[in-house]
Ligand binder design. Structure first.
Ligand SMILES: Cc1cc2nc3c(=O)[nH]c(=O)nc-3n(C[C@H](O)[C@H](O)[C@H](O)COP(=O)(O)OP(=O)(O)OC[C@H]3O[C@@H](n4cnc5c(N)ncnc54)[C@H](O)[C@@H]3O)c2cc1C
Length: 379
């Protein structure tokens, strides 16, 4: 069976990896640019299972289990340091208590911690302005470059064929079957097609009359010079400030700071937002006063490929019998990528995913008004 995957980001490559692991051999991955050119090499490398939907919690739990196997088997930098969701207000702790109950009921051991434990976990935090935090011990951070490079090499070594600089302009179908993908470098035929092209999925699928509601929203993380370890957790998030400012530190010491600062969908990735610096640093330097003295080296842009309910779109695209999608990860596609590979491989080979809750995330949910709610949208 020849399978053509469109998009060589972390989703497309993990789908290829999983299919190759299961013994399939003719796996092609096309990319318009170069592998990882999309959000996969523009993200901040964090993972967690502390979400607010059952779908996210259960799928992330599985994905984190896979990440821990990957850490063991590939020897890449992945550390389960935990996330801290910071409450500046007393009533936020009530929201966190409810969230912890919800997480615990799904086997995720989050808990609310007081200021004393918070300051032992994050010694540089300004405890005079915080009331406590929600602690997610399942969460952590990874080296994005190490993980992506290792994935790419493994897919190649297992026989996957990755073809860069080959944008799919349209799909050709007949009688409910997709026959080929048209690119400026020729026509690619296959038995099965998987669209894993983030916001690019929209145009590809429009060519066969399928509407996919994905909008790319720019994000603008800042990165500093390297420093000794000052952020101990995988990620610290300021829940009570609009745009959820957040902060992490790479294994090489650079501090990454980010916040949702609202931008127009489709804003080009080479445009500049000078106001990003102040908007991101101000609230975070209230939490970590030493930030007033750090040197920011640069900032970069990348898209969150957002769906209306902030969950990915998975599975078979009806009425086609050989067309699948994995796109619209809304800021969480790196952490979901191992489980994405498993789910889509299951769908292709067995007709359904082994984790049945993933079936709630099919494209039809937007037509039948079965949206799934998630309010914690941040790395
Ligand atoms: C600033 C930032 C921080 C983030 N932080 C986190 C985080 O901490 N944790 C987390 O889990 N997620 C995070 N994310 C989100 C995560 O990076 C993405 O959800 C994930 O990378 C999506 O992977 P993907 O393979 O689906 O898409 P992409 O990596 O965007 O890959 C899609 C690929 O498709 C290709 N393509 C597009 N159109 C076509 C076409 N017509 N033909 C062929 N190829 C095409 C593109 O060139 C691209 O390479 C963050 C994102 C950003 C921008």
């Amino acid at each position: 069976m020849r399978i053509l995957i469109i998009g060589a980001g972390v989703s497309g490559l993990f789908i290829a990896y999983e299919l190759l692991k299961r013994g399939l051999r003719e796996i092609f991955v096309l990319d318009a640019k170069t592998p990882g050119y999309g959000a996969s090499l523009r993200n901040i490398g964090c993972f967690r299972s502390s979400f607010t939907s059952r779908e996210h919690v259960l799928l992330m739990k599985e994905s984190i289990a896979k990440w821990l196997e990957i850490k063991r088997d590939w020897g890449v930098f992945i550390e389960q340091r935990g996330y801290l969701w910071i409450a500046r207000r007393e009533d936020t702790l009530d929201v966190f208590r409810e969230l912890a109950k919800f997480h615990n009921s799904h086997g995720v051991p989050t808990r609310v911690i007081g200021v004393d434990e918070l300051s032992s976990r994050e010694p540089y935090i300004n405890t005079s302005i915080v009331k406590g935090a929600l602690f997610d011990p399942t969460a952590g951070k990874m080296s994005v470059i190490e993980v992506f490079t290792e994935l790419y090499i493994r897919v190649k070594k297992m026989g996957g064929i990755i073809i860069p600089h080959t944008p799919v302009e349209k799909l050709v179908s007949s009688g409910g079957v997709v026959k080929s993908a048209i690119t400026p470098r020729g026509e690619y035929t296959a038995d099965v097609f998987v669209v894993a092209a983030a916001e690019g999925s929209r145009k590809i699928l429009e060519s066969i009359g399928v509407n996919v509601p994905i909008e790319p929203i720019p994000r603008h993380p800042l990165v500093t010079e390297p420093y000794a370890e000052v952020i101990k957790s995988g990620l610290v998030i300021d829940w009570d400030t609009p745009g959820s400012p957040h902060i992490t530190q790479t294994q090489h010491g650079s501090i990454i700071l980010a916040r949702d600062i609202k931008d127009e969908p489709w804003t080009p990735l080479n445009s500049q937002r000078h106001d990003a610096f102040e908007k991101i640093i101000k609230p975070l330097s209230e939490l970590y006063p030493f930030l007033r003295n750090v040197n920011v080296n640069r900032y970069w842009m990348g898209y969150y490929d957002m769906t209306p309910d902030h969950h990915p779109i998975y599975g078979l695209i009806k009425p086609f019998e050989n067309l699948y999608i994995a796109a619209g990860f809304s800021g969480h596609g790196l952490m979901m990528a191992p489980v994405t590979g498993v789910l889509i491989a299951d769908w292709i080979l067995h007709g359904r995913p082994r984790i049945s809750i993933a079936e709630n995330l099919v494209l039809e949910r937007f037509e039948t008004d079965r949206l799934v709610k998630e309010i914690a949208v941040v790395g």
